[in-house]
Design a binder for this molecule. Sequence first.
Ligand SMILES: NC(=O)c1ccc[n+]([C@@H]2O[C@H](COP(=O)([O-])OP(=O)(O)OC[C@H]3O[C@@H](n4cnc5c(N)ncnc54)[C@H](O)[C@@H]3O)[C@@H](O)[C@H]2O)c1
Length: 256
Amino acid sequence: MGRVSGKVALVTGSASGIGRAAALALAQEGATIAALDRSSNIAITVARIQEIGGHAFAIQADLRTEAACAEAVATTVHEYGRLDILVNAAGIFPRYALNETDQAVLDLLFGVNFNGPLFLCKHTIPIMQQQGGGSIINVGSIHGLCGGRELIAYAASKGALLNLTRTLARSYARDHIRVNYLIPGWVLTEGELAIQAQEGHDEAWLRTQGERLPTGRIQLPEDAADAIVFLASDESSQVNASILNTDGGRSFFTIL
Ligand SMILES: NC(=O)c1ccc[n+]([C@@H]2O[C@H](COP(=O)([O-])OP(=O)(O)OC[C@H]3O[C@@H](n4cnc5c(N)ncnc54)[C@H](O)[C@@H]3O)[C@@H](O)[C@H]2O)c1
C-alpha cells in the first residue's frame, strides 16, 4: 500500500520541474494522476508514470482562464470518479523591475500564479466537500513572504497565493479540506535553468551556488515532491493553513 493509495491527484505544471517530480512521487505512492500542463511534454510525464506501473492521463491546457480550470477538474472527475488532491505547481517567475511592471506583466504573472490556482480551488472544493475531504497544496515561494528584488509581480502573486491558502484553509477546515503552502527553496528545474541562462549562468554555476546554501547543495525537484506527498497524505491530517519550507533553513538563517 502506498501512502496515497486510492486517491486521485490533479497536478499542474507536471510537464517540468517540481510539478513533474510531484506527479511521479504521488504516482509512486499509489495515487492516480491527472497531469496538467500547457506544454506537450506532459505526455512524457504520463508515459513515465505508466512505465512505473501507475495510472495517469494528460490534460494539455493553459490554466489562466476559469473555463480551462473548470474543464480540467470536470475531466478528472469524469475520468477517475473523484478528486482528493490538488497540487498547484504550475508557475512562472520572470524578473521585472518596478519600471518594467505594467498591466500586461501583472496579468501574466497573476494569471498563472494566482488566478489559475484560485479557479482550480473553486471548482475542486465542491467535489472534495461531497467526498468528505481533500488536500490542496499551493506551491509558493519565499518571495511571497519577503518580497524580492525585481520580482514585484512574482512576489505579489505568491503573496496573494499565501493569502488564498489561509483563507481557504480557514473556510473549509470543517469539511476536512486542508490547504497548505509549500516553499520549495532554490530548485534546479528547467524553469530555473532558463531564467539563469538569461543572466549567462549555467547548471554548473547553479550547483556551485548551491554549495553555499545551509545544507551544502541546491534543492532538487524531488525535495519538494517529498514534502508534497506528505502534505497530500493522511500523515499530515492535522497540518492545515501551514507553510512548509524545504529550503534547507536558508530563509530562517537569513532572517536571523
Ligand atoms: N525553481 C525554483 O527555484 C522555485 C523556487 C520557489 C518557487 N518555485 C515555484 O515552483 C513552481 C514550479 O516551478 P519550477 O521551477 O518547477 O518551474 P518549471 O518552469 O520547471 O515548471 C513549471 C511548469 O508550469 C507550466 N506552466 C507555466 N504556465 C502555465 C500555464 N499558464 N498553464 C499551464 N501550465 C503552465 C510550464 O509549462 C512548466 O511545465 C512555480 O510555481 C514556481 O514559482 C520554484
